[in-house]
Structure formats: C-alpha cells, structure tokens
Design a protein. Sequence first.
Length: 217
Amino acid sequence: MRILVTCGPGYEPIDEVRRITNFSTGRLGIRLANAFAVHGWEVTCFKGEQATCSEPIVGAEVRMFTTNADLSRQMEEHAHAMRVDAVFHAAALCDFAIDSVLDESGRLASSAKFSTREGPIHLVLKPAPKILPLLRSWFGRARIVGWKYELIGSVAEALSTAQGQINECRTDACVLNGKAYGKGFGLCLPDAEVRNYLDDRHLAAGLIEWLETAPSR
C-alpha cells in the first residue's frame, strides 16, 4: 500500500530573510510515517523545512517543502507520477499569507530586508490557499484524512467543525485534537462515528486498522 504523509509547518515570506509560520514541530506526522513504514507500507513523507522535531524518519522517503504553494506543487506532481492509496495531511500550513507591507504612514513598502531603522511596518494578511480541498481532484481513489486542531469552543463544536471539513473537502476522515476536543485524538468519520485514541501511538494503530478494514473506493 502506498501512503503519503505531510508533516511540520509551512511558512510564508515577509521579505527575503523573514517569514511567518506556526508552532508545529512535525512530531505527529513523523511518528505516523514511521509507524506506517514499520507496518510494511510504502511511505512518502513531505516534511516542512521548519519542523523542529529531531526524531528520524525511518523507512520512508522524505521530501522537504517550504511554503503552501511549494507543497501543493510537489503533491500534485506526486499524484501524477504514481498511484497513492491513502493521504494523511497532518502538516500545519499557514492560514494566512502576506498581502502587502505598509510603512508607518500607510504607504506600500517593498524591500529585500525591511530595516528597523525605518520604523514600524504593518503587515496586511490574506487567507492562504488551502491544499486539503484540492486533494480529492489529485488523489481520486485514495483514502484522504485531514486534521483539525481546535483550541476554543466545546467538544460538540469541535466535532461539528471536523464533520464540516469532511463534507466540504470530500475527505474520508478527520483527526481532531486540541484543547477544545480534550485529551488524545478523535478519528471522525463521515457517519458521525468518532474513535478516540489516547496518544499518537494508539492513533497510528487505529489509522492502520481503519485503513485496512475500510471498503475500497
């Protein structure tokens, strides 16, 4: 079985030396990729360059990515190159990209490296393109799993958000975690079933079992 896992953060450039990103370490995706490889599956792991987790990826092919656009390009090329049976999109990509940079007076500014001597700058952000909604068009016959990391709201609201992602992005499941969900991980399925796992080791085992018993597409 051919498996694709994404992990770690993406980033979006402010200038040629600065960027915006997030706190993702890439640890969960690395552990999933390793568990799938140990299980005997053929795994390709797309890992963000800024991932700080030092755990090695063992038994999987590793491809590094930078921005959302870079990962999007590489995944589409991968889809055209070979058949993929499942995609686990655990990477924490940027929700926003830089629309423009303004100086203190509100005028449009541009520089290879903005200098602090010139005073404050104001960043105007725009929503960054999302990859998850595109995966079904690239990997039409694959099982696709998205992620939701929810920090605010109730458990019911977090579960509703996960189901919304499944419906909107035409995925087969969503892994839910974060303060809004509580301890561990929830594997949310389209029929509103939720399978709970205490940690990433149990999650990996649960995903393997789910994938091996799920009907073929």
